[in-house]
Write a new protein. Structure first.
Length: 143
């Protein structure tokens, strides 16, 4: 058993992060010392590692909480329940990727239309025009 500072060191996070996880019911101290300090265990360290990996995959705190609850009672849940969470996240990510691709194409179109000439002032810049009128067909700096 160890205190919050040691857990933070072992997991390479701040104590504030651990307090945040505790406040949001992602981890619970394994116990308390005689003087009232929170004490953490190896299992808490594994939970924090689980949380950090899940976060790196873009899972929300609510999704992580749900997965942790399933993990704690794994024999009462199915793999299908876990997969449903990751499948739903994949659908959201695929939607975001499509939206980002759409944005990339539109931005590239207005960017490519601009001459970017240092000598021309921006009063006739096609990028500014496209943003103002939602058009991106005009060439840059055309008078």
């Amino acid at each position: 058993m160890f205190q919050i500072g040691e857990l933070a060191k072992r997991c390479a996070v701040s104590t504030d992060t651990l307090r945040f996880y505790e406040k949001n019911q992602l981890i619970q101290p394994a116990g308390r010392s005689e003087s009232g300090y929170r004490l953490y265990s190896e299992e808490n360290q594994k939970q924090v590692s689980f949380i950090l990996i899940a976060k790196s995959l873009g899972l929300t705190l609510e999704e992580i909480r749900e997965l942790l609850e399933i993990r704690l009672e794994a024999t009462e849940h199915s793999c299908a329940e876990v997969k449903a969470i990751t499948t739903a996240k994949l659908v959201l990510i695929e939607e975001k990727i499509r939206e980002l691709n759409r944005i990339q194409v539109a931005l590239k179109k207005i960017n490519d239309a601009c001459c970017g000439d240092v000598e021309d002032d921006a009063s006739h810049c096609s990028i500014l025009g496209a943003l103002a009128s939602e058009k991106s067909d005009e060439g840059c700096c055309s008078n």
